[in-house]
Design a protein around this ligand. Structure first.
Ligand code: NAG
Ligand code: NAG
Length: 381
């Protein structure tokens, strides 16, 4: 056998071993494979180790749109690159007719997509930000952050933090200020995220505590159907393990793509109530809005987080709906409007410096519909 033939044979062997072991390798839910999860997610490996993502949901440009088929926007948008070298940008939104004599809250938004998929340009998130900007009204900065597994966590947290620093520099006028940012009230900043974006918001807010971001004042976090996990499955994850949006076996694959290779699902990136470096500082967080749906397998994680933050003295507003599913607000206009109304109330509510201040407010009273015990949650009828 000559050398090249030997190489070919060993390569073949290597390939075969990989294939055989991966196809016989099972996730902890014995009936599912990685290949199935990749198929569901519309992803596959490129030969160079990057991920090929089928574009399942289209992306759109900021306004003005090139094509007239796109519906008229309810807000204006533009992309602002955070540095000449990087691909990181924020998509900035202002309402079509911003009020003349009043500054608007600044909402820094982190989109969903399991840490692995989508962009600030993805149409569903673009439309969501249009709605937030026009309905609150608010200046919205939607962060284009790096995705896993090419860039595992904490890359996305770092990018969110960079967007916060960008907003701080805008507030200071360092290197000039975008004219649209004249509409922003830098003392009323909110971090808003859905799904993986809510996870990123939580971690970015805790990391921001280490930095001088004055004159920015982060007044609240909004966590919509936050994407968290842990080694031990929750009751909702087990009850809804074959969920069409976040099936348990898909979840496990996603976490193995998102987390650094040496960390397991009880690391605080995934399981924020497991302890870790943030313990002892969560009490410095501003007020937090948490929204979950009992038809979403991830709901118990949000209930646990609400309980954890509450026990740590953080002011919590929360709503847990019966039924629903992960990403309901992207498909159901009524559910979207309820969410917008909640968030608008949270952003504009002057209360919320202590538990007593909000104890008679409607969102807070929803807590009475929830039994928080033994790590599982039930909607009382
Ligand atoms: C990896 O391969 C993909 C698909 O061929 C290509 O689009 C991408 O640019 C490559 N990335 C790097 C870092 O080489
Ligand atoms: C949409 O959401 C609302 C409010 O959560 C719910 O009452 C309604 O049944 C949902 N509609 C559909 C078609 O699922």
């Amino acid at each position: 056998m000559d050398n090249s033939k030997a190489t070919k044979t060993s390569l073949l062997l290597f390939f075969c071993v990989c294939l055989c072991s991966s196809s016989s390798w099972r996730t902890s839910e014995a009936q599912h494979t990685w290949q199935e999860a990749f198929k569901v997610l519309g992803i596959s490996w490129n030969p160079n180790g990057t991920l090929n993502r089928e574009i399942q949901i289209p992306m759109v440009d900021p306004t003005p749109y090139d094509d007239s088929t796109t519906p008229a926007p309810t807000a204006l948008s533009q992309d602002i690159y955070l540095s000449p070298k990087s691909k990181a940008y924020v998509r900035l939104y202002i309402p079509l007719n911003p009020p003349k004599n009043k500054k608007l809250p600044l909402v820094i938004y982190l989109h969903g997509g399991d840490f692995v998929l989508f962009s600030a340009s993805t149409v569903i998130f673009h439309n969501f930000c249009n709605d937030i900007a026009s309905q609150f009204p608010a200046v919205v900065a939607s962060v284009e952050y790096r995705l896993a597994p090419e860039n595992r966590l904490p890359a996305a947290y770092d990018d969110a933090l960079k967007a916060i620093f960008w907003a701080r520099d805008q507030a200071l006028g360092t290197g000039g200020r975008d004219p649209w940012m004249e509409y922003a009230d830098f003392s009323k900043v909110f971090l808003l995220g859905s799904s993986a974006g809510a996870n990123i918001v939580y971690h970015a807010a805790l990391r921001a505590l280490d930095f001088d971001i004055r004159p920015l004042q982060i007044k609240g976090l909004l966590l919509n159907q936050a994407y968290f996990g842990g080694l031990q499955n929750t009751q909702s994850e087990i009850r809804l393990k074959d969920d069409p949006y976040v099936a348990l076996y898909v979840n496990h694959v996603l976490w193995s793509l998102a987390l650094p290779r040496n960390l397991n699902r009880d690391h605080e990136f995934c399981n924020p109530i497991s302890g870790g470096t943030y313990q002892g500082r969560v009490n410095r967080l501003p007020k937090v809005y948490i929204k979950g749906d009992f038809g979403d397998p991830l709901v118990d994680r949000s209930v646990q987080l609400a309980q954890f933050l509450y026990n740590n003295g953080v002011t919590i507003y929360y709503r847990f709906n019966a039924g629903g599913f992960h990403g309901i607000e992207l498909q159901n206009k009524t559910a979207a409007q309820e969410l917008y109304d909640d968030m608008k109330y949270f952003v504009n509510n002057p209360f919320g410096t202590s538990h007593e201040d909000i104890s008679d407010k409607p969102l807070y009273n929803d807590m009475k519909n929830i039994v928080l015990s033994t790590g599982s949650a039930y909607a009382s009828s």
